[in-house]
Structures are given as structure tokens and as C-alpha cells.
Design a protein around this ligand. Sequence first.
Ligand code: NAD
Length: 337
Amino acid sequence: MSYKITLILGDGIGPEVAGAAVRVLEATGVGFDFEEVLAGEEAMKTFGTPLPDETLNSIRKNKVALKGPVTTPIGTGFRSVNVGMRQALDLYANLRPAKSFVGVPSRYQDIDLVIVRENTEGLYCGIESIDEARTRAESINLITRKASERIVRFAFEYARREGRKTVTAVHKANILKATGGLFLEVARSVAADYSDIKFNDRIVDNMAMQLVKDPYQFDVIVATNLFGDILSDLCAGLVGGLGLAPGANIGESCAVFEPVHGSAPKYAGQNKLNPTATILSAVLMLRHLGERRAADKVTAAVEQVLAEGKSVTYDLGGRVSTSEMADAIISKMDESG
Ligand code: NAD
């Protein structure tokens, strides 16, 4: 039996890191049949759109996708493929774990946090405009009871399933009284259904400071779209950088697994950056598929390579390339049998 998986290699460093993750997946012994489709700059060249229907339909059909990062033009150009894909497929929960690894140089050890980011609305809802003279611009921060309720419930269900103790809701309800206020009100009411899990909330600016000062006080963090995006990069920084931060976009019917980081265009084609974030995203995919043994095997191999610190990329103080780090992970998997 093999799993049919939609594969989007992405832009910039995407083909290098996603290619590394595919090789690791193929070395698990689990059968995969990858259906490669385009998104981002390549899709724009071929189809005249960065997110072709063919790509969305492939994910709808296969239900699971592995995705490299794609480039979004800054301040102009086409709308983000990532946001478009998350909205089109209703991938409402963006799960972003941040976990320390032995041997990785970072400010803290033993961090084990999970960000649950609302993925479909907030300031990413796509309702924005600018006048012709470019003197005034506005963006709508859309918050609905329905999306707030399902993301907070997702966070509590995740906490319960994974044996986690606390859920912290992040907001700016002191200033954004309508949008932040609604999100917080819903979070408090959902929390009342989970008396076994502690609940608290933080205003986002204080949260940023507290995360840097004492991250150990947090466990599962649930946030609206923009705050979740910013705080998950902050949390990646706590454990050694974006090269180590995996992610999953999960909806009712499909899931897309991709690293937190972007396409890092200035490093494209250099075979230089860290494939770990994408490989760990593939691990999240294996767990989603119920392939727990394979997931544990890849995780153990990644942990060993990081702990030894010899076959790691430059961001972790090493000298090997993206593909050589993947080779080292695969040989640890082979050694473990
Ligand atoms: P980025 O994450 O691509 O890179 C920022 C910096 O982080 C890099 O310069 C590099 O120093 C470091 N970094 C990133 N990935 C790394 C890795 N695997 N190993 C080691 N270090 C790594 O962010 P950016 O430069 O702000 O964005 C570049 C493009 O990526 C933009 O077009 C942006 O829209 C897009 N983006 C895409 C996604 C996605 O596809 N999910 C996510 C974020 C950004």
C-alpha cells in the first residue's frame, strides 16, 4: 500500500528542502506516491496564476500535501499562495511546534511549546484597499465567532490528546475591543468546557516580552492569524531558528504540511540551508497518517544528527549542505534498522 501525497516543491530554497524531506520519507520504508503540482512563481510562469485549480484539486483529492515554501511578492503583485490555499481548502488550524534539541545552540534548553494559529481570517482575510493616490490604505481584521470557536476548541483538543497542561489565548482585546474582544470572549467560553486543562490569556505585546523572558510558563498558545504568525517565528528563535520549525495546516478534510520559514530567495540554488524544518513537517505528516513508528524513527535520526553536531548546516554552526544533512539523517535511520 502507498499513500498518494500531493507534493509542492515551492520557490527559492523550497525544492532543496522539500526534496530532502521527500528522500527522508522514502527512506522510512512507508510507501509514498507523490503527485507533484505547482504553486508560486513556477505556477505563475506555466499557468498565469500562482495557485492553479489543478493544485487545489490535487490536494482535495489526495487529502494530504507536503509543501515547500513559496515566494509572495512584497507590497505588490499576486496575493499570497499560502493564504489563498489555506482559505480555499479551509485549513483553519496552523500548528507550529517549537521544541529544543540537544546540541543545538540557542538561548534556552528544554523548550516545548506549540502555537495554534487561526489560519483563515483576521488581518489575512484579504479585504484591503488603497486609494489611487496611495495616501490611505485600510485592511479589515475579520474575526468571527465560528472561526474563533473552532480554533480554540482545536487547541484544547490538541492539549488534551497530547497530555498538555495549559492553553494561553493571545489577543489585543484592550485596544481591538470588537475583534480582540470577541476572540477572547469565545476563548473563555470554550475553556469552560475543558476543566482538565488550565486556561489563561495574555495581551500580545506582554506575551512577546514574557516569551523571551520566561518561555517555560507557556505550553499551548492559541492566537489569531497575525499574532500567531509573528509569535511562531519568535518561538522558532527560542529554539535555534527557522531552520528547525515545522508546521501543519489542518482542516476538516485536508492537511498541508510545510515549514514555518519562507523561500529565503537569496539562498536559492546554494544547497546551503537547513532541511530540518521541512523534514520535521514531514514527521507531522507521518503522525497525521498514523505512521507513528516511521515518525519516531525520523525524529530519532534528526535528534542524533543534531546532537552530534557534525553533519549540520551553517545556521547551526556546521559546514555540510542541505542534501548532506539529509544524507546524514537517512544513514542514522538505516543504522537503526
Ligand atoms: P524566510 O523565512 O524565507 O527567511 C528569513 C531568514 O531566515 C533567511 O534569510 C535565513 O537567514 C533564515 N532561514 C529561513 N529558512 C531557513 C532554513 N531552512 N535554514 C536556515 N535558515 C533559514 O523569510 P523572508 O525572507 O521574510 O521571506 C522570503 C519569502 O518567503 C517571501 O516571499 C515570503 O512571503 C515567503 N514566505 C513563505 C512562507 C510559506 O511559503 N509558508 C512562509 C514565510 C514566508
